[in-house]
Design a protein around this ligand. Structure first.
Ligand code: COA
Length: 301
């Protein structure tokens, strides 16, 4: 069994007690980490994903730890199935408090070589699926006058990214959708927020997005923090936005990317000045690594 979910340690025990939380794609990757966090904090977690083999990790852990968790097979692209799913969850548990739209599909493919079917597969899961699930979860949340939705996007929703035009377009759509319904549904007590992870450790990303270890290393080096996020560091922000601590927060996004999407690529080294060879500059007082200004020295950072 995995170590207990560390994302939960930043929250008071039982922070989601008595709440019913639905996580699409909740059996693997970030979805699983979010599901584990909610379950560890007392929620009844219902995961919905296409493949039954993705259900076992959470269900096995839940029975070992005494968590409340269930799983249903669902293709989020089929609106009638989505509607029936949310009706069944509400009928069984009497409430739906949190919806996490996490289900996604992605692969690297240049736009000019992408078939219409490939485009539709990703847009269908990410954008249509988020719309259908949100619409039908909202019907039940509205009845109780409260609910929190968390939509998982990516920083390339606003930067774009070569090779994943389908996913970037879908995530941009989800971002716009989230802000739109955040306003529409605010008076119903339904909050809608997003998290935008940068690269994090995930089997899915490794298999579908990073063709080699060299690419993975290059991406890691381009992150200002020089590391990928741990899944629980990403999940913690999702739990936070769904928690009561954020009850006046809607239409917001938290980016969790170690500074990657800020751009600001280093075009020069700290301390470099015009007309001075880099080696010479590196040895003058105040060059990178020299004394901290707080100690009376000079720093050019
Ligand atoms: N490169 C190019 N085209 C691809 C592709 C790839 N790696 N993977 C799928 N496609 C195309 C298929 O060829 C098909 O198009 P076509 O009919 O014109 O040939 C279309 O996408 C649909 O593929 P299919 O596998 O039938 O669709 P699906 O709905 O069952 O699954 C995905 C689509 C995206 C979910 C599937 O690729 C998948 O399971 N990916 C792994 C899970 C994942 O992406 N997780 C997110 C990790 S970040």
């Amino acid at each position: 069994m995995q170590p207990s979910p560390t994302a939960a340690r930043w929250f008071p025990p039982g922070a989601f007690e008595e709440q019913v939380v639905v996580v699409t794609g909740g059996g693997t990757g970030l979805g699983l980490e979010l599901s584990r966090g909610f379950a560890a904090l007392g929620a009844t977690v219902v995961i919905a994903s296409r493949s039954a083999e993705h259900h076992t990790a959470l269900l096995d852990e839940a029975s070992a730890r005494g968590w409340r968790a269930e799983a249903q097979s669902l293709d989020v692209r089929e609106e009638p199935l989505v509607r029936a799913f949310f009706d069944a969850v509400a009928a069984q548990h009497g409430r739906i408090d949190v919806l996490v739209n996490n289900a996604a599909g992605n692969f690297v493919c240049p736009a000019e070589r992408m078939s219409a079917n490939a485009w539709r597969a990703v847009l269908g899961i990410v954008l249509d699926g988020t719309f259908y699930c949100s619409k039908h979860a909202a019907r039940h949340m509205r009845r109780r006058g409260s609910g929190a939705m968390l939509n998982v996007i990516a920083t390339y929703a606003w930067t774009g990214m070569a090779g994943v035009a389908h996913s970037a377009s879908a995530k941009a759509g989800v971002l716009a959708f989230s802000k739109s319904v955040a306003v529409e549904w605010a008076a119903d007590g339904i909050r809608v927020n997003t998290i935008a992870p940068g690269p994090f450790t995930s089997d899915g990303a490794k298999a579908n997005l990073w063709p080699s270890d060299a690419v993975e290393t290059r991406i890691r080096e381009s992150v200002p923090m020089k590391r990928f996020a741990e899944r629980d560091e990403v999940a913690a922000q999702g739990l936070w936005l769904c928690s009561d601590a954020c009850r006046y927060v809607t239409g917001a996004n938290i980016t969790i990317d170690g500074g990657l999407s800020l751009g600001g690529g280093r075009m020069w080294e700290p301390g470099e000045r015009r007309g001075r060879p880099r080696a010479e500059q590196a040895h003058e007082p105040g060059a990178a690594g020299d004394t901290d200004p707080e100690d009376g020295g000079v720093s050019n950072r």
